[in-house]
Design a binder for this molecule. Structure first.
Ligand code: DX5
Ligand code: ZN
Length: 229
């Protein structure tokens, strides 16, 4: 990453009001988000249940931003076509949920989507080493997936560093996204460690301030010059 790399913000609607998700997406879009992060949970891969492709389809008309869909589901290969048809742009699967990760990554690309792979806090970068050159995005989980508003696990910083070095050595172009516990205190550290896309749920959708104010706060924490406007 060069010092001038623009850092992207991807608000996670997991922390928004589920009764008005379309408006939340529109609000984040107006506030200058780069991606809309959509957390799909199946109650099996993670102990929580959210929504699926029909929700992606329902949200599609509310924004022209890329929908960054994070699949926390078992057998994600069964749902690729559905999410593509629903209007997803980036589809991220968990390495731990895929028996044949290489195949799944290529199925996502063949469906015309950008392919991402997520790794949990206990999963090493080495687990996805062989597919790094094929990826559009690597998602480093800085909490155990399933819930918003958990505490940032600091070992993710060293992992981000190692991932960044490995991508640079390979000349691979994948974006590096960090997800979980991102707030004013942790955002800058994550960026220094090599993250280029920050997912933030509870720090963006909260009762204290508007989405615009919350995103501004994150931008300032990272350093205004580094974030896209
Ligand atoms: C957690 C999800 C995250 C979550 C992050 O399983 O993948 O995207 O929304 O929430 P915060 O930013 O509150 O930690
Ligand atoms: Zn997520």
């Amino acid at each position: 990453m060069t010092p001038s790399t623009a850092i992207k913000l991807a608000p996670s609607i997991l922390s928004a009001d589920f009764a008005r998700l379309g408006e939340a997406v529109a609000e984040a879009t107006r506030a200058g988000a780069d991606y809309i992060h959509v957390d799909v949970m199946d109650g099996r891969y993670v102990p929580n249940l959210t929504f699926g492709a029909p929700m992606v389809k329902a949200l599609r008309p509310w924004t022209s931003l890329p929908l960054d869909v994070h699949l926390m589901i078992v057998e994600p290969e069964r749902s690729i076509k559905q999410f593509a048809e629903a209007g997803a742009n980036i589809l991220t699967v968990h390495a731990e949920a895929c028996v044949h990760l290489h195949r799944v990554v290529h199925q996502i690309k063949e469906a015309g989507l950008r392919a991402g792979v997520a790794i949990n806090p206990a999963t090493p970068v080495a687990a996805i080493e062989e597919v790094l050159p094929d990826l559009d995005l690597v998602l480093v989980m800085s909490v155990n997936p399933g819930f918003p508003a958990q505490e940032f696990i600091s070992s993710a910083l060293d992992k981000l560093h190692r991932l960044r070095r490995r991508l640079d050595v390979l000349g691979a172009q994948a974006e590096v996204e960090v997800d979980g516990g991102i707030n004013e205190a942790t955002a800058a550290e994550a960026v220094r460690a090599g993250a280029t896309v920050l997912v933030a749920g509870s720090a963006v959708f909260n009762q204290r301030e508007s989405v615009r104010e919350a995103m501004e706060r994150l931008r300032n924490a990272v350093g205004p010059a580094k974030l896209s406007p």
